[in-house]
Design a protein. Structure first.
Ligand SMILES: Nc1nc(=O)c2c([nH]1)NC[C@@H]1CN(c3ccc(C(=O)N[C@@H](CCC(=O)O)C(=O)O)cc3)C=[N+]21
Ligand SMILES: [Mg+2]
Length: 291
């Protein structure tokens, strides 16, 4: 047996086309969505993502504002920049690229972002809104995973979902979104007992651990839908958290790395920027871009 490939790259391209249409309609009303991306330091991988985000932001017709600060920037200067972006009506979304240099307090920096402009959905207010079922900004990676799961499976109701990884940026919000769609959700992590056995109960398996080829083929329930969030740079190139060659023999459907979750993350960042712009202007949320 060989799994259906869930083509995140193609899905993301379709999403961006829809977003571009909505942006054009907004521009006709005199509103141009704007996304500000802040990068502190010179991490090469981060520079690649930021360039790719800026390019795609312009391609859908939005304004892109890039702020690059040296690694040794004092935290107070970064907070002052965030205050300026919070107050700037041309800026509808703010993303501060993580990780930040070690001398900065990541929580303090993130929580300085106005929740309405927090297109990453990382501020405490948006995390709480998601957890309580209120209108939130939802983190881009889990939102992209949810869209692919719904597209492939239709309803997620009653399905057993196992999320490996308990990070604030992927594992926890992914679990919240699956729960909202009435899946039965388990979050697994490094202390979980019999992880392979637990994974074999999963109709939906989301791997977000950051360890190359960690999930083996015999951990996968036959026919399961496998979402691989991992982006690991190895001598064999970019690989996911799932041993793809093994898992695709067993799974019903699986996302590849690259070309799966990654492109959806950036498309969802644009989706969130559009949603933030609509809300800032008293317009209804764009169709199908929010959970
Ligand atoms: N505040 C903040 N928000 C983020 O969303 C955020 C962040 N910080 N810091 C870094 C991570 C990482 N991230 C990725 C986005 C797209 C791809 C992506 O498009 N990957 C391509 C491959 C790209 C390549 O070749 O390196 C793919 O999977 O096909 C990967 C990783 C967003 N992040
Ligand atoms: Mg973890």
């Amino acid at each position: 047996m060989s799994a259906t490939l869930i083509d995140g790259k193609a899905f993301a391209a379709g999403l961006r086309t829809r977003i571009a249409t909505e942006v054009a309609a907004m521009k006709a009303q005199g509103i141009t969505p704007g996304l500000a991306v802040v990068l502190v330091g010179e991490d090469p991988a981060s520079q690649v993502y930021v360039r790719s985000k800026g390019k795609q932001t312009l391609e859908v017709g939005m304004n892109s504002y890039e702020h690059k600060l040296p690694a040794e920037t004092p935290e107070a200067d970064l907070l002052a920049l965030i205050e300026r972006l919070n107050a700037d009506p041309a800026v509808n979304g703010i993303l501060v690229q993580l990780p930040l240099p070690a001398h900065m307090d990541e929580e303090a920096v993130i929580n300085a972002i106005l929740p309405e402009k927090d297109v990453d959905g990382f501020t405490v207010l948006n995390v709480g809104r998601l957890a309580t079922g209120q209108k939130a900004m939802v983190p881009c990676t889990p939102l992209g995973c949810l869209m692919m799961l719904r597209e492939h499976l239709g309803s997620l109701s009653g399905k057993n979902a196992v999320v490996i990884g308990r990070s604030n940026i992927v594992g926890k919000p992914m679990a919240q979104l699956l729960l909202r769609d009435s899946a039965t959700v388990t979050i697994a992590h490094s202390r979980t007992q019999d992880l392979p056995g637990l994974c074999r109960t999963a109709d939906i398996l989301v791997a977000a651990v950051g360890r190359a080829n960690f999930v083996k083929g015999d951990w996968v329930k036959p026919g399961a839908t496998v979402i691989d969030v991992g982006i690991n740079r190895t001598d064999d190139g970019l690989v996911g958290d799932v041993d793809f060659a093994e898992a695709e023999q067993v799974a019903g459907a699986i996302t590849p790395v690259p070309g799966g979750v990654g492109p959806m993350t950036i498309a969802c960042l644009l989706a969130n920027t559009l949603t933030a712009t609509a809300r800032a202007n008293g317009l209804p949320d764009p169709e199908g871009l929010t959970p």
